[in-house]
Design a binder for this molecule. Structure first.
Ligand SMILES: NC(=O)C1=CN([C@@H]2O[C@H](COP(=O)(O)OP(=O)(O)OC[C@H]3O[C@@H](n4cnc5c(N)ncnc54)[C@H](OP(=O)(O)O)[C@@H]3O)[C@@H](O)[C@H]2O)C=CC1
Ligand SMILES: O=C(O)CCCC(=O)O
Length: 490
């Protein structure tokens, strides 16, 4: 990999103020999913190093929280500038370890950096309020204060943005953070930590721990110093961490799995719906928790939509993310390939038809053909489980009531999408969908300005937007008494 600044590919973890270098003998190998080549090594750390990092975070946080919001904001702004100045290198590191095409990886760096920029601005707007008192001599003050030491665990699918969406508000609020990135994509966490140091983030405030997820996660969830755990990943691991946090009553932010419906009504702009479906379904090769998992198309436009979607997707090239013009990179690993194949096979066994793709790509490795399946019904596995891969299953429906019921018939409630023109329907359906997020006539809803998060088993809390800062702060009530009428004190 040719980087302008090779020091950004640092094969080390940051524990408090110390960098711990990795060695091939004892470290964990990080591989390129497109080629299987080893990119480098990271240290295999555990509970002891996590404890050291948590104690360093506790020591560093007080001074950081005492700085003015403007001072914190300026450090974050420098961090944002450095990320953008190094967008090319950060994108290349991301493509090398995650597989997504370079243009998409650079897009993720800009998206990830935008959370640092947004929260650098929001840092100065953590307003409290004053409420009229319940007694003549009292006033009620509500002030917002940093929650304290935050532990973060992040996934491989957005290995930059899922970190910055947590670190931005945490540091803006005045918290410190101990992070465990996904083992498959640690370099995309370490490089921003190198830049954070250069931006002037105080020593100890931010640690990046690589190694055993159980040991690191066990210490993070069991340690009383940690006040909040913020996690993005599978619902299964989220539920486990939720339980592990119960004895020490931590605050939780959980961004978990989805099972997003994407609905196309008869009155939709069909070409726009096809464009939207390509983005909502195939972004990051379908490996996104907000990816459309079930595509419902009304009977009158079903065949047209299916044909147009297949024609569009068939033109999009698959290959190594470093090659020019590639849209579909490899999937993250063989388990991901198996999951897509299971869903395709299950649907076909129950009567569905593959109209595009449907098998591993001739490129081999973890490449899989972008796939469209028609005639999908509610008894098929894909109706209830997140595929997390490039499979677009098309369900047919007749009425609005029927599709809203089908869309809501899931344990999950993260993103949902629909295309329609009728004004009353747009309002009705937006309000009827049991989801944290609804995209109306758009397949792309993610942005730093918006509250990202789910309901039901998709998680707790919101990231991004002004609400995202609140999730890293506590409201303290100060009862101001002794305000008596009468004589002035001279
Ligand atoms: N909502 C989302 O954004 C995501 C959803 N998923 C879903 O989850 C499926 C599995 O993906 P996977 O990567 O395995 O997701 P996981 O939930 O297993 O991993 C996410 C993060 O949690 C860590 N982790 C795993 N087990 C533990 C544990 N016991 N204690 C503490 N931390 C832990 C992982 O570390 P390590 O890498 O070391 O295992 C990683 O950093 C996907 O197919 C997809 O359906 C996956 C990623 C993101
Ligand atoms: O949790 C995920 O899968 C990442 C969401 C990416 C986004 O912000 O759109």
């Amino acid at each position: 990999m040719n980087l302008k600044d090779p020091s950004l590919l640092r094969q080390a973890a940051l524990v408090g103020s110390d960098w711990i270098e990795a060695s091939p003998e004892t470290g964990l190998a990080v591989t390129n999913p497109a080629t299987g080549e080893v990119i480098g090594y990271v240290p295999n750390l555990g509970a002891d190093e996590t404890r050291v990092a948590i104690e360093a975070a506790e020591a560093a946080r007080h001074g950081w929280a005492k700085r003015t919001a403007k001072e914190r904001s300026q450090v974050l702004r420098r961090w944002f500038d450095l990320m953008m100045a190094n967008q090319e290198d950060l994108g290349a590191i991301l493509t090398a370890e995650q597989g997504k095409p370079l243009a998409e990886a650079k897009g993720e760096i800009a998206y990830g950096a935008s959370f640092i920029e947004w929260f650098a601005e929001e840092a100065r707007r953590a307003y409290g309020d004053i409420t009229p008192g319940h007694a003549p001599d009292k006033r009620i003050l509500s002030v917002k204060q940093a929650i304290g030491v935050v532990a973060a665990i992040t996934p491989w699918n957005f290995p930059n943005a899922m970190i910055t969406r947590k670190a931005g508000p945490a540091f803006a609020a005045g918290c410190s953070m101990v992070l465990k990135p996904a083992t498959q994509t640690p370099f995309s966490a370490i490089a921003p930590a190198v830049l954070a140091e250069r931006a002037g983030l105080p020593s100890g405030l931010f640690s990046v721990l690589t190694g055993s997820s159980r040991a690191i996660g066990g210490e993070m969830t069991g340690n009383k110093i940690v006040q909040k755990l913020t996690f993005t990943g599978s619902t299964e691991v989220g539920a486990l961490l939720y339980a592990q946090c119960a004895p020490t009553i931590k605050k939780l932010g959980l961004e978990l799995g989805g099972n997003a419906p994407f609905i196309v009504f008869d009155d939709a702009d069909l070409d726009a719906a096809v464009e939207g479906a390509v983005i909502a379904k195939f972004r990051n090769n379908g490996q996104t928790c907000v990816c459309a998992n079930r595509i419902y198309v009304q009977a009158g436009v079903y065949d047209d939509f299916a044909e147009k979607l297949a024609a569009k997707v068939a033109q999009l090239p698959t290959g190594n993310g470093f090659d020019e013009g590639i849209i579909f990179g490899p999937l993250i690993d063989q388990a991901a390939v198996s999951k897509v194949q299971e869903h395709v096979d299950d649907a076909v066994a129950k009567g569905a038809t593959v109209t595009l793709g449907g098998k591993p790509h001739t490129l081999g490795g973890t490449f899989y053909e972008p796939t469209i399946v028609t005639g999908v019904t509610s008894d098929m596995a894909v109706a209830q489980e997140e595929t997390f891969g490039p499979l677009a299953p098309l369900f047919k429906f007749n009425t609005e009531a029927e599709v809203v019921a089908a869309a809501n018939d899931t344990d999950f409630g993260l993103a949902s999408y629909f295309y329609a023109r009728d004004h009353a329907r747009v309002w009705r359906v937006s309000e009827a969908l049991d989801y944290g997020m609804v995209g109306v006539n758009t397949g792309l809803i993610s942005t730093a300005e918006a509250p990202f998060g789910g309901v039901k088993m998709s998680g707790l809390g919101r990231e991004g937007s002004r609400y995202g800062l609140d999730d890293f702060m506590e409201v303290k009530y100060i009862c101001m008494g002794g305000i008596t009428e009468g004589e002035e004190v001279s």
